[in-house]
Design a protein around this ligand. Structure first.
Ligand code: NDP
Length: 285
């Protein structure tokens, strides 16, 4: 039998990407499954995406992740979008199909929803309060609504972004949605079951910072989640835990979206435990 030395290529395009841990997680999975696949972490400056996507095709890559600042600009390069990616208006995962067409998906919110399922927390009929209306928040808000949340309240500083997200959810899903401006200390709406920090507040190197919310509004019946995964244990989650809330960190979302990407690209089941263990070791948890 002839030996095939050619590796299948996937990767991430973004700037900055220096602190992006996705590659080590995906490659741990490929190695475990004995797949000759490589995940390359590539710095692509804001004006260089067109050239980079030509490179993706030229290198016959099997797919790519997109991170800041390319999640929206990549849309014009794609032939087809998933329904969720269309609603979200951004793509973090591209699948390069054998026929040469490019399919765009957004797996951030799907990974988040799975992290709730992993913790046996139901979304069906629940009232969600979402802090933030950026890329991660849009993905999470849409997917929570598609997964059966009853109501989504978006709290954001930028009114245009906050209103747009509430509008997309309200118009395209069965969930109700409203926008509340973030002025001073944000009050958590009464009846909130699941509170999610989907802002970048608390992200390394500002790991001691915390979203300005009224923690008195958090109680033991709530689940409180953070999308920030570096650090894994954020002050936001620590303060919510002190109020008696259940907490869900951002690492579960990260590994879950990584597993979804792995499966979209390879067509094989991702070795989640291996990938999760690798990720945890990267963060020393
Ligand atoms: P964006 O830049 O698209 O959005 C940032 C959001 O944070 C905006 O809503 C912005 O509000 C808000 N924000 C920023 N600073 C403040 C502040 N001081 N007070 C209140 N709100 C603030 O970023 P992303 O959505 O792409 O990323 C957000 C976070 O999600 C990052 O920490 C990222 O690492 C994390 N993430 C985690 C993933 C995981 O798998 N765990 C996957 C993807 C992202 P405004 O609109 O008013 O400016």
């Amino acid at each position: 039998m002839a030996v095939n030395y050619r590796a299948e290529l996937v990767g991430v395009l973004g700037d900055p990407v220096e602190g992006n841990p996705t590659g080590v997680m995906e490659e741990a999975g490929f190695a475990y499954a004995a797949l000759n696949w490589r995940y390359i972490t590539v710095k692509v400056l804001p004006g260089a995406l067109d050239d980079a996507m030509a490179g993706v095709r030229a290198f016959n890559m099997r797919g790519v992740n997109l991170t800041m600042p390319h999640k929206i600009n990549v849309l014009k390069h794609l032939d087809e979008l998933s329904e969720a990616a269309r609603l979200i208006g951004a793509v973090n995962t591209v699948v390069c199909r054998p026929d040469g067409t490019l399919f765009g998906e957004n797996t951030d919110g799907k990974g988040f929803v799975q992290s709730l399922r992993d913790a046996a927390i139901a979304l069906e009929g629940r009232s969600v309060c979402l802090l933030g209306a950026g890329g991660a928040a849009r993905s999470i808000g849409v997917e929570c609504a598609l997964a059966g949340a009853r109501y989504i309240t978006v709290i954001n500083r930028n009114a245009a972004r906050g209103k747009a997200l509430a509008q997309v959810i309200g118009a395209n899903t069965r969930a109700g949605a409203a926008y509340i401006p973030w002025e001073g200390r944000a009050r958590i709406p009464e009846g909130t079951d699941i509170l999610i920090n989907a802002t970048c507040v608390g992200l390394h190197p500002h790991g001691d910072e915390c979203p300005d919310v009224d923690f008195d509004g958090i109680d033991a019946h709530m689940t409180v989640c953070d999308v920030v995964f570096n650090p894994v244990e954020t002050p936001f989650l620590a303060r919510a835990a002190k109020r008696g809330a259940r907490t869900v960190d951002g690492l579960g979302m990260l590994v879950n979206q990584g597993c979804i990407n792995y499966e979209l690209w390879t067509g094989e089941k991702a070795p989640r435990d291996i990938m999760y263990t690798k990720l945890k070791s990267e963060f020393g948890v």
